[in-house]
Design a protein around this ligand. Structure first.
Ligand SMILES: Nc1ncnc2c1ncn2[C@@H]1O[C@H](COP(=O)(O)OP(=O)(O)O)[C@@H](O)[C@H]1O
Ligand SMILES: O=C(O)C1=C[C@@H](OP(=O)(O)O)[C@@H](O)[C@H](O)C1
Ligand SMILES: [Mg+2]
Length: 170
């Protein structure tokens, strides 16, 4: 069984995916961690040294590699993963369950403004400019996220409860 979590930066994909895999007793792969291990560099360094296009090509390649594994997995993608090239179509084709962790702009803002440093796309955006950036970015990306098999409203729901809600969906 393959479960793929999608959603905007800081929607909880990495946190929830790890907890869910532990509870289901199956392997967890965070696509960003997988890319970092492959490159032996942080996402931040890959972006600054090689640029975003290089990262997107690598992300595409690693997504296909991970989805091709013959084992049960929980896969947490990066916030941009479903929004480039054929990635969302591949996720829909290969995953038994794709789940969009839907978090409102105010809640995303609160989480991202405290955790910008390791996220290269928002690192240099001031907290004053962040609402406009996230609003526009989510408007562009939501059509991809919304293609997921399940859409889960995660507002006002802690990570443990999100995991419980996912288990009910499976
Ligand atoms: N359901 C939740 N409610 C509140 N905070 C959460 C929830 N899930 C994750 N977080 C927090 O939000 C931040 C981003 O989570 P993370 O798992 O890194 O998101 P993503 O992988 O989608 O970028 C972390 O500080 C995490 O502890
Ligand atoms: O939204 C994006 O384009 C990105 C999100 C990040 O993952 P998280 O969603 O886990 O922060 C990471 O893949 C990279 O910084 C790009
Ligand atoms: Mg993550």
């Amino acid at each position: 069984m393959k479960i793929v979590l999608v959603g905007y930066m800081a929607s909880g994909k990495s946190t929830v995916g790890r907890l869910l895999a532990r509870q289901l007793g199956i392997r967890f792969i965070d696509l960003d961690d997988y890319i970092e291990e492959h490159q032996k560099k942080s996402i931040k360094t890959i972006f600054s040294e090689k640029g975003e296009i290089f990262f997107r090509k690598l992300e595409h390649q690693m997504l296909n590699e991970v989805l091709g594994k013959e084992e049960s997995l929980v896969i947490s993608t990066g916030g941009g993963t479903p929004c480039y090239g054929t990635n969302m179509a591949t996720i829909l084709d290969q995953a038994d369950h794709s789940i969009y962790l839907d978090v409102s702009i105010p809640n995303l803002l609160e989480r991202i403004s405290n955790e910008k440093e390791h996220r290269p796309l928002v690192k240099n955006i001031s907290n004053e400019e962040l609402p406009e950036f996230i609003g526009k970015h989510l408007f562009e990306r939501r059509p991809y996220y919304r293609q997921a098999k399940h859409i889960l409203d995660c507002n006002g729901t802690d990570a443990e409860t999100v995991v419980e809600k996912i288990k009910e969906l499976l």
